[in-house]
Design a protein around this ligand. Structure first.
Ligand SMILES: [Zn+2]
Length: 60
């Protein structure tokens, strides 16, 4: 299954990202379902209200 080409929102700073600006990460949630999240390749600032934990290792 391929990702559709559309604007993605950063899972950390919640800002839109262009192609090539983001990397995919797998986020394992406590419920057992793993979801793919997209984060800026370059470190961006996480909003202080953000409580979702994000893995710091890229998926290979
Ligand atoms: Zn970001």
């Amino acid at each position: 299954m391929r990702e559709r080409r559309r604007v993605k929102l950063c899972g950390r700073c919640d800002k839109p990202m262009q192609d090539g600006e983001y990397e995919a990460y797998v986020n394992h949630s406590p419920t057992g379902a793993s979801a793919t999240v997209y984060l800026h390749k370059e470190l961006c600032k996480r909003p202080p209200t953000q409580t979702v934990s994000v893995p710091d290792r890229p998926r290979r």
